[in-house]
Ligand binder design. Structure first.
Ligand SMILES: [Zn+2]
Length: 272
């Protein structure tokens, strides 16, 4: 491609050069005058020089443009590849906002819920397996838009403000329960809040329900992890949530469970 393009450029310059030189030669022959002939010769020489410079410049430009094209293509390819292969390991937390241009292809779930289409089959299999055990898990929260997240967050901030917290304290406290807009995993389409149909409160007692006990043991088989374990809240930045499950894929889920780490630690160790 690069070689072809250079040949094409050279050929174009050659044709242009021939046309100009031929034009000069014809003019000289027709003149039949020595003085004019010398002048014409000098002019032809000048034209040749100009053409040579033009040729050099054009070749250089063609080379640079090829280089640019190939560099940008390769960086785009790497970016796309990284995005594609690591979509399930996307880190979203108080320190890592979702990318501005983030978008997700959602699969709809009953009850107006939705999840990243790529995690749908595993979620379905997990829910089916839990139900086959006589359990009744319910999805109470899933994908959230930025607007929805902002409303949830602001409502909680307002509650703390009403209790007399300062603006800074209210935001800090609210952020430990409901992530600030742009920093919630629910906006990624990879997170779900699942509760027991018999106990639907989002508090620590949720962990004692048979549904959570089963999910905590088996979720990794379907590519999910309990995202905010009690002993990791200083690393995740979020309080213990024995109902918030995050899809990371089967391989990562098994490894995270085996190592007893949270997603932040798993990703940090991977990059070492
Ligand atoms: Zn959640």
């Amino acid at each position: 491609m690069k070689e072809k393009s250079r040949k094409r450029t050279n050929a174009a310059v050659l044709i242009l050069a021939c046309a100009l030189i031929a034009g000069g030669c014809c003019a000289q022959a027709a003149a039949g005058d020595n003085t004019k002939g010398v002048a014409q010769q000098a002019s032809v020489k000048n034209q040749e020089l100009k053409i040579k410079r033009l040729e050099e410049k054009t070749t250089e430009q063609a080379n640079q443009s090829e280089k640019k094209k190939s560099a940008s293509a390769s960086s785009k390819f790497t970016e796309a590849q990284t995005k594609e292969s690591n979509w399930n390991l996307l880190l979203v937390n108080p320190w890592n906002k979702l990318p501005e241009d983030f978008s997700v292809d959602l699969a709809k779930l009953p009850g107006g819920h939705a999840i990243d289409r790529r995690a749908y089959a595993d979620l379905q299999a997990m829910m089916d397996a839990a139900r086959a055990e006589g359990l009744s898990p319910i999805i109470c929260s899933s994908y959230r838009t930025e607007e929805k997240q902002r409303t949830l967050y602001q409502n909680l901030v307002d509650k703390y403000l009403a209790r007399g917290y300062s603006k800074k304290q209210a935001k800090q406290e609210a952020g430990r329960w409901v992530a600030a807009p742009g920093t919630s995993e629910h906006q990624s389409g990879l997170a779900l809040d699942i509760v027991s149909s018999k106990y639907q409160s989002l508090d620590e007692k949720q962990a004692r329900t048979p549904e959570q006990k089963w999910l905590m043991v088996h979720c990794h088989e379907y590519g999910f992890i309990l995202r905010y374990p009690k002993e990791k809240k200083d690393i995740t930045g979020i309080n213990y949530e024995p109902w918030h499950y995050r899809y990371v894929g089967k391989k990562a889920a098994k490894e995270i469970l085996r190592q007893g780490v949270c997603l932040e630690e798993y990703l940090r160790d991977r990059s070492l």
